[in-house]
Ligand binder design. Structure first.
Ligand code: ATP
Ligand code: MG
Length: 578
């Protein structure tokens, strides 16, 4: 490819709407252009990278025994009614109607369709196990599309679905996929942590996420991952558990009474005013879970983990209640409190969920539903009734204790590039997808599902591989392997050497660009670094001495070598990919 023909427009500046480096660089280097919120054009450079990621995924999935197919992007409502997800999926599901008025949706994921395929096609245990996958654009009408390809509304995903006769078969396939995932991300130049996670809208019980650790200042990692350096424990914050270190749990009040607590809306203000530890206060937060009001109780020094709370009440959606909604609860119960002063004491018709840790508190402080007053010296079963639900709804904090080995937990931020789930019979039962088992009875399939964000993986690779000059994607997924730059296009010898290099590399199967533009060398070098050609061969003045400059973009090293040597170095590197 000649640079003068390559369809790429690099920009001098970063786009003003981009927050994270992968978004900034992919736009500036001419890989992507935004079409609508969370919807991007993948221009030729991006498309080459995406196809490389896809091919790595294909090779490893095929090697792991899975078979590729392609399902429709548009799906009929009926299947989603069968699985029960049409009502519960939320606004991410882009619902539409066709000209006959039939409900359809843009595929955000394909459990329903694959279960339908299995129901129609797999009749006997003899056809099992099987793992089917596809690589396709998905659409999710995300609340907050951001960070370019990291969180788009339209994005490319590899989704695989396994069907087994029993749990043991599923366990084996789950392991098989976990191994394939580790290899896939390694080949894309990404080290990943496999962390326990919440199963969310997809359902099922066991699931793990593959996280690219991304602790950079721009916060591209949207997930908090708690992990233990001693043992292997690691989990997404929505699923992490811990043992609490020793803390003061007795408020020390001798009798229960309501006291004035002016201007004490926050735990810090209240603790300072009463001269007590925050850990002896019961913090009440009000949520709306689907349509139900929920009061969540945690220790004053802790925070509610909303996904855990949502699971505890079995809701599809959860959000913090507004001041007006809190007022409504108060009025309905003949109280006057506002946020900061509330609690479940004397409140009817709300679901109360307490974190396990609050049950240990004695002579504690709690709201009493009157503004600027709190109840001090309270105890469970006396002034405060025992909450109906006691669950782990607490967000883990760094330094709390690992449940597996007792060491302090650490936290880091991660980008979720892949996710594997044990679905069990959630979809096969709901959609009556059964096969004839060996004993002659009908049984629902035991399913697993396995996703990889192809476009997110490519963007995560840019997050991990860049510098102040531009993108440094690894050879395996960079759009091209190399660029040949003649410094002065008017110099005959330089052009001759450059052309020969270009032809030799092309013949050897190297994906190479010749920068034939009549531009200043500075411009050419800047573009080469920005786009991120893993290898650059420069034919400059030293061609008179039979030497060219060989630059490795990954480590910035440059050396003078003969043109033959430069070709050999690149061919060897490209060969080692296979
Ligand atoms: P997230 O929690 O980040 O919203 P998810 O858990 O809902 O993602 P899955 O249903 O597990 O996503 O989808 C499988 C994979 O698809 C994810 O691991 C991720 O790599 C990718 N993915 C999901 N949502 C997006 C998105 N909006 N943009 C780009 N990639 C995405
Ligand atoms: Mg996920």
């Amino acid at each position: 490819m000649k640079m003068s023909k390559l369809f790429v427009q690099t920009l001098r500046e970063f786009p003003s709407d981009a927050e994270v480096m992968s978004h900034k660089l992919l736009v500036r280097a001419g890989y992507i252009r935004r079409l609508a919120s969370g919807v991007y054009n993948y221009l030729p450079l991006m498309w080459r990278t995406l196809r490389k990621v896809e091919n790595i995924v294909r090779q490893e999935m095929d090697a792991a025994g899975a078979q590729e197919l392609l399902m429709p992007f548009v799906q009929p409502e009926e299947l989603w009614q069968e699985s029960g997800r049409w009502e519960v999926y939320g606004k991410e599901l882009m619902r539409l109607k066709d000209r006959q008025g039939r409900g359809m949706c843009l595929g955000p994921t394909h459990e329903e369709v694959i279960t339908y395929i299995a129901r129609e096609g797999i009749k006997s245990y003899k056809q099992l196990p099987v793992n089917l996958y596809q690589i396709q654009s998905k659409f999710r009408d995300e609340v907050r599309p951001r960070f370019g390809l990291l969180r788009g509304r339209e994005f490319i995903m590899k989704d695989a679905y396994s069907f087994d006769v029993d749990e043991a078969g599923l366990d084996k396939e789950y392991e098989n996929m976990a191994k394939a995932y580790t290899r896939i991300f390694e080949r894309c130049g990404l080290e990943t942590k496999m962390v326990q996670s919440d199963s969310g809208a997809i359902g099922g019980s066991v699931s793990h996420e593959f996280m690219v650790v991304c602790d950079s200042e721009n916060n591209a990692g949207e997930n908090d991952v708690f992990y233990c350096e001693k043992c292997n424990y690691s989990a997404n914050s929505n699923h992490a558990i811990s043992i609490l270190p020793q803390a003061v749990t007795n408020g020390g009040f001798e009798k229960a009474e309501i006291v004035d607590t002016p201007n004490c809306k926050t735990i810090e203000e209240l603790a300072a005013f009463l001269k007590i530890e925050p850990s002896t206060i019961v913090k009440t937060l009000v949520y709306v879970a689907d349509k139900q009001y929920v009061m969540a109780l945690v220790r004053g020094d802790k925070t509610v983990e909303e996904i855990k709370l949502q699971n505890a009440v079995g809701a599809n959606e959860i959000r913090i209640a507004s001041a007006a909604e809190i007022k409504e609860i108060m009025i309905n119960n003949g109280k006057t409190g506002e946020a900061g002063y509330i609690s479940p004491i004397g409140i009817k018709d709300v679901t109360v969920v307490a974190d396990k840790s609050v049950l240990e508190l004695k002579n504690f402080v709690i709201g009493c539903n009157e503004t600027e007053k709190h109840l001090v010296g309270a105890n469970w079963g006396k002034e405060a009734q025992l909450p109906e639900k006691v669950e782990d709804i607490r967000l883990v904090q760094e330094g709390e204790i690992c449940v597996d080995c007792g060491s302090p937990l650490k936290v880091t931020r991660g980008i979720e590039v892949g996710n594997i789930f044990k679905l069990g019979t959630k979809y096969s039962k709901a959609m009556n997808a059964v096969y004839m088992a060996e004993d002659g009875t009908e049984k629902p399939f035991i399913m697993g599902c396995y996703g990889i964000g192809i476009s997110r993986t490519a963007a995560a690779a840019v997050e991990r591989h860049h510098d102040e000059f531009g993108i440094k994607l690894p050879l395996a997924i960079a759009p091209y392997h190399a660029i040949v730059v003649p410094v002065n296009c008017k110099d005959e010898l330089q052009m001759k050497v450059a052309n020969e290099l270009y032809e030799k590399l092309q013949k050897a199967g190297v994906e190479v660009v010749l920068d034939d533009r009549d531009e200043r060398p500075g411009v050419k070098f800047k573009d080469a670094d920005l786009i991120g050609f893993p290898y650059r061969i420069t034919a400059g003045k030293t061609v008179n001495e039979g030497l060219v400059e060989f630059k490795n973009r990954a480590n910035g090293e440059m050396e003078k070598v003969t043109p033959e040597k430069a070709v050999e170095l690149i061919i060897d590197a490209v060969k080692s990919l296979a």
